[in-house]
Ligand binder design. Sequence first.
Ligand code: SF4
Length: 326
Amino acid sequence: MLLDVRDLQVEFHTREGVAKAVNGVSYSVDAGETLAVLGESGSGKSVTAQAIMGILDTPPGHITGGEIIFEGRDLLTLKEDRRRKVRGAEMAMIFQDALSSLNPVLTVGEQLGEMFTVHRGMSRKDAKARAVELMDRVRIPAATARVDQYPHQFSGGMRQRIMIAMAMALEPKLIIADEPTTALDVTVQAQVMELLAELQREYNMGLILITHDLGVVADVADKIAVMYAGRIVETAPVHDIYRAPAHPYTRGLLDSIPRLDQKGQELYAIKGLPPNLLAIPPGCAFHPRCPLAQPVCTTDEPPLYEVDPRRRSACHFWKETLDGAR
Ligand code: SF4
């Protein structure tokens, strides 16, 4: 197993109290596999990724428990200098907002080249040649000419390709992409997602795709972990989730995807808002928003029930949910 996150706990210590941002999250990704982590903002999906990458803001964030096993080593026990070497060379992250992640006063060639001068000790000339190769690889037209341009001279989709090129530069074993296409329009979104999937297959990398949109992961993910209020509420192979979700929250996310055959109809939205992490509702955290909630849901927290050997759901009524979806 490439990455195995076990029972991860992350807290944020604020003036108002302690927010449990990640509460017992476990998931794994193998080489060549894509895991999509899904949930609304505040579900803990990005905080989990930051903990894996070792870029969690501490304080206020604190990892209070669990293990992050990457190629057999628990990253949480590594010293910061070892951790830094893992980051970038062995695992890399792609963020949503390329414009603020790229340095506006350096050309893209300088930024891409820096990966090779700093990490591989290459000369500036060789590094620039590698930068052009990478830009070609992520299909940026006229790479030789554009290598000397600045980030603002590229479109949003092209900037996101540059981010992908930077993440890929050192051929890491794992890439975490946090909402990589959210800021792009739908057509460009599909192209960038396709490119990412293609590179992932070619280099046999593990890919964690963080998104709030179930619509974008159907064609690229192998399995899905759905998060709510800092916990995983459903995990399953991607096709099982689309065929029949076993958790009402997943069903709500699926029903919120716009569909061509329902043009003109009002789009479904899960009612209410995600909970304040300082005051997570007792019992099932989703109960104030759940159309299937029963009295037991307000008092007893559902464990992750085994639906089948590859699938789990944290819902007392997963059988009924599954049957209703079929
Ligand atoms: Fe809804 Fe109850 Fe299931 Fe929670 S446990 S998702 S409230 S039915």
